[in-house]
Write a protein that binds this ligand. Structure first.
Ligand SMILES: [Cu+2]
Length: 211
């Protein structure tokens, strides 16, 4: 009798665990994972799915070779899609280490924490589907493994007209540390300021000597 009860509890625990996974639409394969898949739920402002887009993303060190200062990279770092498109991403990890293709800033009523992501262990391929919102906007795409973004795995998903380039998109936009608020001709400006300073100082010194 007690044994039967235990079994019931155990089975319901297992069932709860599984349905919990389903609620978050998480699918896990050996060596790969897709978080927050969305095939049919329309974002607000989308009357229907406007189209289908299949994107193949390859990640690996070989894509970093031609881009100075990077170690990891992707075959491309910017993707353009129309609003309300259903996007299916096939993520091919050509490296030995784990990589992710993670989109940020999606609506939280459809995507927990505003994220959609695919993760693939070394040498694995994973495919996931989501629907992009109706607004024109740029979304950050990156790999969340420690330091991988800084090492080059940083991109942008441009929906519609977009909302302006993100900084430091590998091979596409300037790194933030180049301080975009400083003028490009900073070096010449500095020389002019130096020269003026020198002239004024030496003029003052000469005036003093004359007295
Ligand atoms: Cu990575």
């Amino acid at each position: 009798m007690i044994n039967q009860k235990l079994w019931v509890i155990l089975l319901s625990l297992i069932f709860m665990h599984q349905s919990h996974g389903l609620q978050h639409s998480m699918s896990e394969d050996y060596g790969s994972m897709v978080m927050s898949s969305n095939h049919n739920n329309l974002p607000l402002g989308c009357e229907r799915i406007s189209g289908e887009e299949n994107i193949i993303v390859s990640a690996g060190q070989r894509y970093a070779k031609d881009i100075p200062g990077t170690i990891y990279g992707m075959n491309q770092h910017e993707w353009d899609v129309d609003p309300c498109t259903r996007v299916t991403v096939t993520f091919i990890n050509e490296d030995d280490v784990r990589h992710q293709w993670m989109v940020h800033g999606l609506p939280k009523y459809l995507y927990p924490a505003g994220m959609f992501y695919i993760e693939a262990m070394g040498g694995k391929t994973a495919t996931g589907t989501f629907i992009v919102p109706s607004e024109d906007r740029n979304y950050l795409v990156h790999c969340d493994m420690t330091q991988h973004m800084e090492m080059g795995m940083r991109g942008q998903l441009v929906v519609g007209e977009g909302s302006g380039d993100l900084w430091a998109v590998t091979g596409i936009t300037d790194p933030f540390y180049r301080a975009s608020y400083l003028p490009d001709n900073l070096i010449y400006l500095s020389l002019v300021v130096l020269f003026l300073g020198y002239s004024v100082t030496s003029w003052l010194v000469r005036m003093r000597q004359k007295r």
